[in-house]
Every structure is written in structure tokens, then in C-alpha cells.
Design a protein around this ligand. Structure first.
Ligand SMILES: NC(=O)c1ccc[n+]([C@@H]2O[C@H](COP(=O)([O-])OP(=O)(O)OC[C@H]3O[C@@H](n4cnc5c(N)ncnc54)[C@H](OP(=O)(O)O)[C@@H]3O)[C@@H](O)[C@H]2O)c1
Length: 265
């Protein structure tokens, strides 16, 4: 499978790195097109892949073309590669770019729209993706194997779930980073050394997520297991409930979802 990336920034590099490390694609079969000379040099030096500043050249001969530029650069890329596509798969990770946007911009219909998230940069992301009807089964398999390289992947047959995922798993790492930061500060506030506080919080977040995943128990059941009557955890939880943590999280996700939908219009 020959893969061409249009845009070799943070996400493009993360995908290249994982694809090569996991042997999904051979070095000789990866091309990255990027307008920034420094990015081209970095990617060529680090991974030994082909690089170019010519998006048209990158597309030629590729089985899969990954669009990994910022949303505001997309229309320029459309103008460059429109008319050069026949049979290949175009896989976009551009936030907010709907299948309709892509189809109209490229005048082309074999499309996958994927929404990865930031931990993809360390191979621990989760990507929600969907495809147009024109995408063949073998191309769906290609998309799946590319996205699997950067973490977990979930196919959905309705694009609205990709917009919803943008607000939940796409923006989610920022919510969790904020919570981690706040908890570390709280630990420091009561007197823990910052490094120790950070270590405790990070392991707590990781361990709690793994406990939900591995036990299959409802989070409320796990929460009850650590909340003894009249104990310390009950006191802490009461303050979180008083502060409206549940509705606050809902409002955050709803606001991000509304924004995601408006970006796609
Ligand atoms: N980062 C994430 O965690 C994340 C998560 C989910 C989705 N995404 C999506 O992934 C896409 C890429 O994000 P990113 O964080 O990787 O952005 P980024 O680091 O800015 O990478 C984009 C790269 O594309 C280059 N570029 C700009 N215009 C180009 C053109 N016309 N042709 C070829 N290359 C061009 C940029 O060069 P210059 O810097 O010189 O402009 C830059 O090196 C975005 O659409 C974003 O919504 C990112």
C-alpha cells in the first residue's frame, strides 16, 4: 500500500511514525508533501521517507492520500489535487471538514473522514471514522489498518457520530489535561511536593480508566466501591456534586458539538 500525506505536521508525522514502526507500510511506500522545508528535512532525516513540496506529485501513484493540513489550508489543497484522483482513497483527518465539503472541494467520492485525537501522537489515540458508499471493501481495510496504527479505531456508518466524537474524544484530551492540572494543583495546595502530586494524579487517571475498561463494571459501581459511608471520598464527591461537575461536563461537550457542526457548514 502506497500512502501519500498532504501535510507533514504534528499529526502527519505521528501517523508516519506509527505506520512505519508497526510495519503497516514500508518506508519506500510513504511520501509526505509539505510546504515547509524544515518539516520536509526533518521527516526525511528521521524516517528516510520520500518528501516533496508538490502535492500533485505526491498524489500520483498513491493508493491512499491522507489529508493532514489545517482546515484553513484545505481549499488550497483541493485546488491543487482536484482532477488528479481516480480510484484512490482519500482519507481526511481535517477537523470539521465534512464528507460533503470534501466531495465538493475535490469533485471526488472515494472518501474516508476520520477524527483522531491527540494521544494518537503516542499511538494511544482513538479515531472515529466513516466512509462514503464509493469506498471499496479493500480500501476500508486500508483505512482501518492506517488508523489502527495510531491507537483504537471505531467505524461508524453515520457521519453525525464523527461530529459528536469531535466534541467528546477529539476535544476530550484537553478536558482531561485540565482535570489533571487542577488535581495536581490541589495536591500541591494541601502540601504535596509537585512532582509527587503529578505522579499520583497521572497514575490515578490511568488506573481508573483501565479499571473501567478491564472490569467492565459501571463507573458508578466502581465509584461506590471507593466511597465508604461517612468517609473522605464521600466528602470530596459532595463538593464536586455541589459544583455541578456532571452538568458542567455535559455543557462542555454540547458546546463543542455545536461548534463542530457549525465548522462543517
Ligand atoms: N493535532 C491533533 O491532535 C489533531 C487531532 C485530530 C485532528 N487533527 C487534524 O489534523 C490536521 C493536521 O493537524 P496538525 O496538528 O498536524 O497541524 P500542523 O502541525 O499545522 O500540520 C500541518 C502541516 O501541513 C503543512 N501545510 C500547510 N499547507 C499545506 C499545503 N497547501 N500543502 C502541503 N502542506 C501544507 C503545514 O506547513 P506550515 O506549518 O508551514 O503551514 C504543516 O507542516 C488538522 O486539520 C487537524 O484538524 C489534529
Amino acid at each position: 500500500m502506497k500512502v501519500a500525506f498532504i501535510g507533514g505536521g504534528v499529526m502527519g508525522e505521528a501517523m508516519v511514525k506509527s505506520l512505519l514502526a508497526k510495519g503497516v507500510v514500508a518506508t519506500a511506500d510513504v511520501t509526505v508533501s509539505d510546504i515547509a522545508l524544515q518539516r520536509r528535512e526533518t521527516l526525511s532525516d528521521k524516517y528516510g521517507i520520500k518528501v516533496t513540496d508538490d502535492n500533485k506529485a505526491a498524489v500520483s501513484g498513491a493508493d491512499v492520500i491522507v489529508l493532514a493540513v489545517k482546515p484553513q489550508e484545505l481549499s488550497k489543497v483541493f485546488g491543487e489535487i482536484k482532477g488528479l484522483l481516480s480510484g484512490q482513497l482519500v482519507l481526511s483527518i481535517v477537523a470539521g471538514a465534512s464528507l460533503d465539503n470534501l466531495q465538493q472541494g475535490l469533485g471526488y467520492g472515494r472518501l474516508v473522514r476520520a477524527m483522531p485525537n491527540m494521544p494518537a501522537q503516542i499511538g494511544e489515540g482513538v479515531t472515529v471514522w466513516t466512509a462514503t458508499d464509493g469506498v471499496e471493501d479493500r480500501q476500508r481495510e486500508m483505512a482501518k489498518s492506517i488508523l489502527k496504527a495510531i491507537g483504537d479505531e471505531v467505524y461508524v456508518d453515520n457521519e453525525k457520530y464523527v461530529d459528536m466524537a469531535t466534541a467528546l474524544s477529539g476535544s476530550g484530551p484537553a478536558y482531561i489535561f485540565l482535570v489533571i492540572e487542577a488535581l495536581v494543583d490541589a495536591g500541591v495546595h494541601i502540601g504535596l511536593p509537585r512532582q509527587l502530586s503529578e505522579r499520583l494524579v497521572v497514575r490515578t487517571v490511568l488506573g481508573s480508566a483501565r479499571a473501567v475498561e478491564l472490569t467492565g463494571k459501571h463507573p458508578a459501581e466502581l465509584k461506590n466501591m471507593v466511597t465508604s459511608p461517612g468517609g473522605t471520598t464521600a466528602e470530596g464527591l459532595l463538593q464536586l456534586e455541589k459544583g455541578g461537575i456532571r452538568s458542567l461536563l455535559s455543557q462542555a461537550v454540547i458546546a463543542a458539538y455545536e461548534k463542530a457542526k457549525s465548522l462543517g457548514k
